[in-house]
Design a protein. Sequence first.
Length: 199
Amino acid sequence: MRILVVGGTGTIGKAVRNEFSSRHEILSASRKGSEITVDITSIESIKRMYETVGNIDAVISTTGVTHFGSLLDMTPEDNEISIQSKLKGQINLVLLGLQHVKDHGSFTLTTGIIMDDPIRGGASAAMASGAIRAFVESAAIEMPRGIRINNVSPNVLVESIEKYGPYFPGFEPVSASRVTTAYRKSVEGAQTGQTYRVY
């Protein structure tokens, strides 16, 4: 398969590329450091990315910026960060990518544990992930040409615990390599409308 990994330079994105590269042709897109440049907050940038890659079998999104911080201090502008990137950015990858994904292809988006297991400072991120999950479940029944759509919801990563650990007291982190098995299930499997939790 010809697979586009959006966010391919991030921690999960790199692990996903490593997992799939021995079996599939991998194209990597990100803000910087990839052969294809994309800003998922920009509709025009997403359109240019798809025009560059042409037809593909699968899109994996491991990207999306969110706001972390106290609800009492959060402003509408802070929350907009999560909406524009994690939420609208990933949905636009689907809306604008439908004509580029081949029959019986797939989209795999990324959510996260805190939509199910809340933490302090995570309201904005949880909101975006919960909305993505709802979009995936609903969009699955309308996807054309046998195209599937799922989302992967990982726990905090072992590789990121030093940075994000204070937000996740008592959580048992998972490795990025373990998380990649969920992306493989989504892309190489047959299910649609699913949330694959890696907790």
